[in-house]
Design a protein around this ligand. Structure first.
Ligand code: GAR
Length: 203
């Protein structure tokens, strides 16, 4: 049976688009059942609507606490029988309660080679630091920021003539390649978590 996916996005949604396009090409054993955003102006919501995907948008300000906000999300996801949460530029930290409810069923994409350059300005941080190699990480989400078991990593080289903008482009290109792949592996039950390691079961 196809896995039901919820994509969480706060902004532009290019990773959401990459997954939509990948599914459109036909090989993924999953479907995006809903797109969730905490930001009603997120372009990701427009992308979802264009593809007739259900959208849900909630503002943290309408809830007494982040825990209540996340428990409401969990309730919606359960009623939709969601198998996998895909964080794609979702800029809120998940509460431990939501992470526990969907243990090992949440993945995130991060624009650096974790554990380097955690946080929200990773591309800029890596560029300014002067590293020669940065990259992209897809990982499962646990209760700690940018720390869960790593599913896929891909290096991106920073050349002498790279600007911040050209580096951003390179990173995004790699993101759009590897995130759909990680989602596909999950949907095919090929990811096995052993301690901190994620093993890819061969098909
Ligand atoms: C992506 O580069 C993603 O790696 C990053 O936000 C961008 C969202 O782009 N996520 C983080 O920095 C999480 N810490 P998108 O909205 O075009 O997919």
């Amino acid at each position: 049976m196809k896995k039901k996916i919820a994509v969480f996005a706060s902004g532009f949604g290019s990773n959401l688009q990459a997954i939509i396009d990948y599914i459109g090409r036909g090989s993924l054993n999953g479907e995006i059942a809903l797109v969730f955003s905490n930001n009603k102006g997120a372009y990701a919501l427009e992308r979802a609507k264009k593809h007739k995907i259900q959208t849900v948008c909630m503002n943290t300000k309408d809830f007494a606490s982040r825990k209540e906000f996340d428990l409401k999300i969990a309730e919606i996801l359960k009623s939709e029988k969601i198998d996998l949460i895909v964080l794609a530029g979702y800029m809120l930290l998940l509460s431990p309660e939501l992470v526990a409810i969907f243990e090992n069923k949440i993945m995130n994409i991060h624009p650096a080679l974790l554990p380097s350059f955690k946080g929200t300005h990773s591309i800029k941080d890596a560029y300014k630091y002067g590293v020669k190699v940065t990259g992209v990480t897809v990982h499962f989400v646990d209760k700690d920021l940018d720390r869960g078991p790593i599913i896929l990593q891909e290096p991106v080289y920073i050349d002498n003539d790279d600007s911040m903008e050209s580096l951003e482009e390179k990173i995004h290109r790699v993101e759009h390649e590897i995130y759909p792949k990680a989602v596909e592996y999950f949907c095919d039950d090929r990811l096995k978590i052993v301690g901190r390691k994620v093993k890819l079961i061969s098909d």
